[in-house]
Design a protein around this ligand. Structure first.
Ligand code: E4P
Length: 214
């Protein structure tokens, strides 16, 4: 499974990249706003740091404006994947971008039917927001697995991307279900690495090794 990091924080991207655990980066307008940098500069900096797909989101909501913004973002670097909202105008834009071979990440997907339509429009990735589904009493895991099942059943090339990940169990269930991609904040990636038995085991090995040195 490909693991993307969901952040606009350069230091977090660098840490995870150095650990060799990430296959790409996703950003969104809220994450970009936290950095205080210009969107284009930030995406350029991330693309220089990591030679893997970097999702950058458009702010436009009409087909023409989405296309205009998407083409500008795509010109920043060949690694850019343009994030487009799952709305009617967005799907029209995704169809055209797919014809232009500009990769897309259709974002804010909350149902299997939406995922199916994004795949038909030619999306490269469809981001299903698991945590936000959980927040309103649905099962983010179930919806994401249903989306993946539908796309694989019909042989779409579009990849389901489990997003809005809040805890390690989200990622484990995506991996067990064969979902090809997930994106998680740095905090959750750190939680994936850690296990209390690893820490106590290491502590004991190091203490025992000191004894044998004497
Ligand atoms: C996906 O690409 C989004 O950036 C992200 O996963 C949203 O997560 P949130 O619901 O924690 O804001």
């Amino acid at each position: 499974m490909k693991i993307f990091i969901d952040t606009a924080n350069i230091e977090e991207i660098k840490q995870a990249h150095d650990q060799g655990i990430i296959d790409g980066v996703t950003t969104n307008p809220s994450l970009v706003a936290q950095t205080g940098k210009s969107h284009k500069d930030l995406i350029r900096d991330i693309c220089r740091l990591i030679k893997k797909p970097v999702s950058a989101e458009v702010l436009a909501v009409t087909e023409e404006e989405i296309l205009e913004e998407a083409r500008i973002l795509a010109k920043i670097h060949p690694s850019v994947v343009v994030k487009v909202p799952l709305i009617s105008e967005g799907l029209k834009a995704v169809k055209k971008l797919s014809e232009e071979r500009i990769p897309t990440n259709v974002t804010l997907c909350f149902s299997p039917n939406q995922a199916l339509l994004a795949a038909k429009a030619g999306a490269t990735y469809v981001s299903v927001f698991m945590g936000r589904l959980d927040d309103v009493g649905h099962s983010g895991i179930d919806v994401t697995l249903q989306c993946h099942h539908i796309l694989t059943q019909y042989g779409f090339k579009t990849q389901i991307l489990g997003a809005s990940v809040r805890h390690p169990y989200h990622i484990q269930t995506l991996a067990e279900g064969g979902v090809p991609v997930c994106t998680a904040p740095y905090k959750v990636l750190t939680q994936l690495i850690k296990h209390p038995l690893t820490d106590t085991g290491l502590e004991k090995f190091l203490a025992d090794a000191k004894k044998s040195d004497i």
